[in-house]
Design a protein around this ligand. Structure first.
Ligand SMILES: Cc1ncc(COP(=O)(O)O)c(C=O)c1O
Length: 377
């Protein structure tokens, strides 16, 4: 089944009991147990809920995985994966990582005596060089946030496998529509469902997908213990959003490529980061592992005063924290997604006070270009 059909028909999306065109919201915390000596599938919604399970089945299918676990946020999904490590273990992560993930590593893993190393995404040898005897996990995010650095997923997953290490990939930017890390050798795929999967800036959610039963069971058990479950309404909204994933991704990616080209030609702009550009260092590797370039781009203005005046003039984008909505969202990583890093850490990652990130939406691209052009002027 091809992907645009799969987002609609690859998993159960019709209610078996009534034929209703969407999975019902089972808005219940608990379930009547007519015989307490008998095991019954649902007993309490922190342990499992049919609506949430329908979403998990859908995302597992789209990622070519057997099992998915839904969480109350992307960061809850990330924490649940990182907390599979034990005291004394070591993890290698890509340097240009989502700020929230960085914070979990710095503030939580350190507390549990878990060692970590951040590596520059390429060349691939950086990853093998960072491996130690106690390395248990490799964690990557490609393209990275916000400078769109590319990691060779297959090569890094192979290094991990050869050393008996688990590989994790945050696939939020690409979604299963453009990139399938499990097929490339990754063991655990993470999504912030808040972003492109849902697509409407009205849900906070996270998911972990795997083919590994042992890891799945351990993650589910931990979710039950820690309690970071996804609410029923949010699971339902996410399922609704997923039905249009294909057309949203295609349209916003098309707009992004045109905007990237426009910004690249503008003499008000110092640098543009997007893998669709010929000048992008990771373009070739990215093209070998993904079917599209995605809808997030970043660009640098000449100085921070230009950023201030640009932000005061731009009209169409929603200015705020987040990405992946149908509307274009502009964010300022220096003070938003990467604010938890020190100034030096941000600069080392090319997150400068001049950097602006755009999550391009599905508007008419001519209007977006016109708006950005007048704000740049
Ligand atoms: C790549 C990536 N992963 C994870 C997250 C965290 O997701 P959430 O905000 O749903 O916790 C984000 C949020 O921006 C993100 O950009």
């Amino acid at each position: 089944m091809n992907i645009n059909t799969k987002v609609l028909h690859g998993y159960p999306m019709i209610d078996e009991k009534t034929g209703a065109s969407s999975i019902p919201k089972v808005q219940a915390s608990t379930y009547h147990q007519s015989d307490i000596l008998q095991n019954q599938k649902y007993t309490y919604s922190r342990f499992g809920n049919p609506t949430v399970e329908a979403l998990e089945e859908a995302v597992a299918v789209l990622e070519n995985g057997k099992y998915a676990t839904a969480f109350s946020s992307g960061v809850a999904a990330i924490s649940s994966v990182l907390l599979q490590l034990s005291s004394g273990d070591h993890i290698v992560l890509c340097k240009n990582i989502y700020g929230g993930t960085y914070q979990v590593v710095i503030e939580l893993l350190e507390k549990f005596n878990i060692e970590y190393t951040f590596v520059e995404e390429s060349p691939t040898e950086n990853w093998s060089k960072a491996i130690r005897e106690n390395t248990k996990m490799i964690y990557l995010e490609t393209p990275s946030n916000p400078t769109l650095k590319i990691t060779d997923i297959k090569a890094v997953a192979k290094i991990a496998k050869d050393n008996g290490i688990i590989t994790v990939c945050d696939n939020t930017f690409m979604t299963p529509y453009f990139q399938n890390p499990l097929k490339l050798g990754v063991d655990l795929v993470i999504h912030s469902g808040t972003k492109f999967l849902n697509g409407h800036s009205d849900v906070i959610a996270g998911l972990v997908v795997t083919n590994n039963l042992f890891l799945f069971e351990s993650i589910v058990k931990q979710r039950t213990i820690l309690g970071g479950i996804l609410g029923v309404e949010d699971a339902w909204l996410l399922m609704r959003g997923i039905k249009t994933l294909g057309i949203r991704m295609e349209r916003s990616e098309h707009n992004t490529q045109l905007l990237a080209g426009f910004l690249n030609r503008s003499n008000q702009v110092k640098k543009v980061y997007h893998p669709s550009l010929n000048s992008h260092k990771g373009r070739k590797v990215h093209k070998s592992q993904a079917r599209g370039f995605g809808s997030v781009l970043s660009f640098e203005l000449k100085n921070s005063e230009a950023v201030e005046s640009f932000l005061s003039k731009v009209i169409l984008p929603l200015v705020g924290v987040s990405l992946g909505g149908v509307e274009t969202i502009l964010s300022y990583p220096w003070l938003m997604s990467h604010a938890s890093l020190t100034k030096e850490e941000r600069l080392e990652r090319n997150v400068t006070p001049e950097l602006i990130r755009l999550s391009v939406g599905i508007e008419d691209v001519a209007d977006l270009i016109m708006d950005i052009e007048q704000a740049l002027q």
